[in-house]
Ligand binder design. Structure first.
Ligand SMILES: C[S@@+](CC[C@H](N)C(=O)[O-])C[C@H]1O[C@@H](n2cnc3c(N)ncnc32)[C@H](O)[C@@H]1O
Length: 548
């Protein structure tokens, strides 16, 4: 993060009370055994802070040490009165670890002599960058994006948690309002660390360590050091004096950065140029009780007798809260996934269900510009969706190798693939048409530095970065489909020339699909055609030996 005005916490600021609040915070930490002698906290604007190197930092140097007593852990929340009531009631909460951290913080901060008061005092008082707090005008910048649905879902989920907890712990409304509960939810979501403390997997709020902003590739690592009984941050490389010291919040799609942290990364690319930005394919919703029907629909195979009696199903899988190593922002994306082909009442049912247990919504397959597992799954499912009866029977009949739609990692036939490409092209074209602006317009607007409405770190800019990223993914799929469709029946030479030019333009996404999938399908089609021609010639030969 680069911000304009930088005011050192130890230097004089216009706002004396702000200086005092930081001085009190730093003194509290140091008095309790924390160490960060080579770093300084800077405030760039109200409640927007970052950590900088006071002097040159070497690689592999422990630069922050925060003792366990200064950490707020999940277990402390479980010990609170409301926490105990929640535990006893076994409530199905959206993000339980976050809830316990929130409950501790919300209860304890009401105590004016709390041990953690210096920490509570420096937490941002407003989180207006978090989309759940955006105004209608700000939300309108996301028009066309599925993120609008996710923001609404997030709001509803937090409200549902508040109501459910208030049911089992009637003191909750006297501890915090729904709005304060939402604030705490986003505060915890953007600041907690998922870690192991003395062999117990937990999450914690770690004062000072949560002042590091995000940047990739990561230049620091953090852990709970059992020997020191402290949370530590260690440099992974030398850092220049005065430079901001960053933490990596992980490799994430911008929608997750925006939803959970209130910012979107302008150039969200990994060192190898991979861009983790995604869009969801499929938008259908299942209503309560309809999960077995599936949004993609039921496909009936003509030859029912040849179907497997009991095709195994892929059981729903709930993704655990949290997002792998690194800071666990959000974590409430955990829907279940079902993708299965099976027989039901004599019908072959192919269903793709990404089931969201709280909102009873179908989850979408999120794809990015990469030939990754989700892209393969999306193609596999489409191959079933567009299959005709003969292809379905081939997929599901005796001796077939496909137990679930996800197993169809190989294309079925050139004809089936052509229908897949047409369907996918329509899906992404329809999705692009939902946005009020075109990708080229967004790119041009973000490149202009004189547009005051798009100032760095503004909600409007972050919204534009988000929708631009979605359109980039949709456009990449559009190019892949439209190019591939032109290559189905061209000569080998034209095919190779086109694929080579895709490679030389750097469009590896489309090029790889064409050379890996389409090329093989074309070869198989030639072989089949040759075999059929050979068979015809044998038949003709047998009936009329004079015509060869
Ligand atoms: C863990 S806190 C980091 C400290 C924070 N800047 C503060 O002053 O309290 C995470 C928050 O910092 C901000 N942030 C972190 N990295 C950022 C980045 N690369 N760009 C913009 N904002 C960032 C976001 O508001 C995010 O929710």
């Amino acid at each position: 993060m680069q911000l304009d005005a930088e005011v050192s916490s130890s230097g004089g600021t216009a706002d004396e009370s702000a200086v005092n609040k930081y001085d009190r915070f730093l003194k509290w930490l140091l008095d309790n055994g924390a160490h960060f002698p080579l770093l300084e906290l800077r405030e760039y604007e109200s409640d927007v802070r970052g950590v900088h190197a006071k002097e040159a930092l070497a690689g592999d140097q422990v630069v922050v040490e925060i003792p366990l007593r200064c950490l707020i852990t999940v277990e402390m929340g479980k010990e609170s009165d409301v926490g105990k009531a929640v535990l006893a009631s076994n409530l199905p909460l959206d993000a339980p670890k976050h809830i316990f951290l929130m409950l501790f913080m919300l209860t304890d901060r009401r105590n004016p002599s709390s041990f953690f008061k210096p920490y509570y005092d420096i937490l941002p008082s407003s989180l207006s960058n978090m989309p759940i707090f955006w105004t209608d005008e700000e939300l309108a910048y996301l028009k066309g994006s599925h993120l609008l649905v996710q923001i609404e879902e997030r709001k509803r989920a937090i409200e549902a948690d508040y109501a459910a907890i208030a049911d089992v712990a009637p003191s909750l409304p006297s501890i915090c309002s729904v709005e304060e509960f939402k604030w705490a939810r986003m505060c915890v979501c953007s600041r907690n660390f998922g870690l192991e403390v003395n062999r117990i997997r937990t999450a914690a709020l770690v004062p000072y360590a949560d002042m590091l902003n995000h940047q990739r590739p990561r230049e620091t690592k953090w852990t709970f050091d059992n020997a020191r009984q402290a949370f530590t941050i260690t440099t992974l490389q030398p850092i220049a004096p005065g430079a901001q010291v960053y933490d990596s919040y992980g490799q994430k799609c911008n929608h997750r950065f925006l939803l959970n942290y209130g910012f979107a990364v302008e150039n969200n690319r990994e060192a190898d140029n991979f861009c983790p930005n995604e869009v969801g394919l499929w938008q259908e919703r299942a209503r309560k009780g309809e999960r077995e029907r599936g949004p993609i629909g039921a496909l009936t195979a003509g030859d029912r007798s040849s179907l497997q009696p009991e095709a195994p199903v892929l059981e729903p899988r709930r993704t655990e809260q949290g997002n792998g190593p690194g800071r666990e922002g959000g974590g409430e994306e955990g829907g279940g996934e079902e993708a299965r082909i099976r027989k039901e009442d004599g019908m072959v049912v192919c269903s793709l269900i990404w089931f969201f247990p709280v909102c009873e919504q179908v989850k979408r397959i999120r794809v990015c510009v990469s030939d990754n597992e989700n892209m393969k799954a999306a193609l596999s499912l489409l191959r079933v969706v567009v299959a005709n009866e003969e292809e379905l029977v081939r997929m599901l009949g005796p001796g077939n190798m496909f137990k679930t739609a996800r197993d169809i990692t190989y294309p079925v036939s050139l004809g089936n693939e052509e229908r897949v490409l047409h369907t996918l092209l329509k899906m992404v074209t329809d999705a692009l048409a939902l946005y009020p602006t075109r990708l080229e317009d967004d790119v041009a607007r973000l490149a202009r530095r004189d547009d005051a409405s798009l100032r760095p770190f503004s909600n409007r800019r972050h919204a534009l970065i988000q929708v631009r990223g979605e359109k980039e993914v949709l456009s990449a799929f559009q190019t892949l489909c439209s190019t591939a469709l032109t290559l189905l029946d061209v000569s080998d030479n034209v095919f190779k020339e086109t694929v080579n030019s895709l490679y030389s333009e750097g469009n590896f996404f489309a090029a790889n699909y064409c050379s890996d999938v389409l090329y093989r399908l074309r070869q198989e089609e030639y072989r089949r055609a040759d075999a059929a021609a050979a068979q015809r010639s044998v038949k003709v030969n047998l009936t009329n030996p004079t015509i060869v």
